[in-house]
Ligand binder design. Structure first.
Ligand code: PA5
Length: 528
């Protein structure tokens, strides 16, 4: 295609939400003009299914749940008035809580104000808040925000060491829909212990966001935490950013949550119409489907050319892969579906994996995200008539062109600036794209059986650890190999016993040491 044909193609397929200044350019995807005709009927079905979902259908039948994240930004669309009321009430409570913290009327046990916000959560209960905090944070933030999103002791220590002096001024939010996620529970207990060591009451610095009646809810009530905000069963973890999960931390940080909601609402309105070519979410879903043959045969590479959007890549990785990576379709057929997502940011990745994208395996399509407004003040000239922002722009369009010249497809999403309204819109755009794509391939995007399976597997290892410890404890002083310990425990999983012994000996907590310098698999361990 020559340059004139590319320009024509750009004009023909450009899809936008003018009020938001959001554009989706699919011209550099490799498709023929009849694609939209071929996908018209399945897309119509997908859009109809989304309409039903928004009206309150049980779109997540495995868990017998409605899927209502779209109501969060437009409560009047909720299927029952009591749901709309809950959304309104929660939003008012969030704003009041944040205002009280900012005004110092809600203050810590032994200080006049909260200056730091520590958020503990994982997966859908962390990635959205982390993304938004990083994308919209400024040096004027009302509270400094930090996250604990793992059960890694070293990671927890890094955060707690940084906050040690600030603990009396730190408000901690624990986010868990189920209220039983081990990583989050562990983070909470570690942080609670840190408050205790500092002579402070954790309860007087803690807020919970969780489902009514969960273990976390019960604990927060029993201990009289500063606040409890709801997670509803009709909001899934990875689509919860515009519920209390994302809005409370954002409001406390000083982010304009009304703008976040408004951007999402505007994007929802523009992505509801049954018009494939004019609906940006439908267009994206159609091109995802086309690119990977409806089987995820091409990876989706997310490349925002904006540092503030770097965590959008991680956020999308979870939103898309946890939603679409499914063994069974809605009819119970084995399908092994998914769409692999990776990415970071441009132009940084031009010095990392873009080498492979340009010249190596042709197994992907890129989603560039372009931000038009780069800086409020004027820039110095780095070269003659060229700023650093001009370079960033040049790198994006240069890479896009070079990829296309080598038959490597890409999509480009353009937004005018990174602000709360556009961040809300981006979240809504991808939530709906995922929903439509899931309908096209016939899977339930709203459950996560694989995550549950992982939790169970970890439980089995921890049970074995308890048995190993009890056995070594009962033979204190005696040095045993993994083979000997496994035989005594009547398990054939010697390898698991070996890894447990090695882990226990590497840490001071359980009094296990490795005794002699035998070759690794035959190493001996004892309790003392
Ligand atoms: O998106 C999801 O549903 C998951 O990633 C969950 O958010 C994650 O497993 C954490 O669950 P919970 O909020 O129950 O602690």
């Amino acid at each position: 295609m020559d340059k004139r044909q590319l320009w024509e193609r750009y004009r023909r397929y450009l899809c936008s939400i003018p009020a938001l200044g959001l554009r989706v350019d699919v011209s550099r995807m490799l498709f023929d003009d009849d694609l939209f005709e071929r996908l018209a009927a399945p897309m119509e079905q997908a859009l109809t299914a989304m309409d039903a979902l928004e009206r309150g259908a049980i779109a997540n039948p495995d868990e017998q749940r409605m899927v209502g994240h779209y109501w969060l930004r437009d409560p009047q669309r909720a299927p029952r008035p009591e749901i709309a009321d809950e959304i309104h009430t929660t939003l008012s409570r969030i704003k009041q809580f944040a205002a009280d913290v900012h005004a110092g009327t809600l203050h810590p046990e032994r200080a006049d104000g909260f200056y730091v916000l520590l958020v503990i959560g994982i997966g859908g209960s962390a990635l959205g808040p982390e993304f938004v905090a990083d994308a919209l944070g400024t040096s004027d933030d009302s509270l400094l925000v930090r996250f604990i999103d793992n059960t890694d002791p070293d990671g927890i220590d890094r955060v707690l060491t940084e906050l040690e002096e600030e603990l009396p001024h730190t408000l901690t939010i624990v986010i868990s829909k189920s209220g039983t996620t081990p990583e989050t529970r562990n983070g909470m207990l570690e942080v609670a212990a840190a408050y205790e060591r500092a002579g402070l009451s954790f309860a007087r610095h803690a807020v919970a966001i969780t489902s009514a009646g969960s273990k976390l809810d019960q604990l927060a009530r029993a201990q009289g935490w500063l606040g409890i905000f709801p997670m509803w069963d009709w909001v899934g973890g990875r689509t919860s950013e515009l519920s209390a999960v994302g809005l409370l931390p954002a409001a406390l940080q000083g982010i304009d949550i009304d703008a976040l909601l408004a951007g999402a609402r505007e994007c929802d309105a523009a992505t509801r119409p049954h018009d494939l070519r004019a609906n940006p979410a439908a267009l994206l879903a159609a091109l995802w489907h086309h690119a990977g043959g409806g089987r995820g045969n091409r990876n989706l590479v997310v490349l925002p050319y904006a540092d503030r959007l770097v965590l959008f890549s991680r956020y999308l990785q979870q939103l898309i892969m946890e939603s679409l990576g499914k063994q069974f379709d809605r009819r119970g057929n084995t399908v092994y579906q998914g769409l692999t997502v990776y990415g970071n940011k441009g132009s940084t990745d031009q010095h990392a994996f873009i080498q492979q994208l340009r010249e190596g395996r042709n197994d992907f399509f890129v989603t560039f995200i372009e931000v038009l407004h780069q800086r409020a003040s004027s820039s110095i000239m780095i070269d003659e008539a060229v700023t650093s922002g001009d370079y960033l722009h040049g790198f994006l369009h240069g890479t896009r062109a070079a990829l296309f010249d080598n038959d490597r497809p890409s999509l480009t999403i353009t937004i005018p600036r990174v602000d709360a309204r556009r961040v809300g819109a981006l979240i809504a755009l991808f939530e709906r794209t995922v929903g439509l794509y899931a309908e096209l391939i016939g899977i339930n995007a709203y459950h996560q059986p694989g995550v549950e399976a992982g939790k169970k597997a970890a439980g089995a290892i921890l049970d074995l650890q308890r048995r190993v410890l009890a056995h070594l404890g009962g033979r204190r002083g005696e040095a045993l190999t993994a083979e000997q310990a496994a035989a005594a425990l009547n398990t054939d999983d010697v390898e698991a016993v070996f890894h447990l012994l090695e882990h226990l000996a590497a840490n001071p907590d359980h009094g296990i040491t490795r005794t002699e310098a035998h070759p690794l698999p035959d190493a001996r361990f004892r309790a003392h």
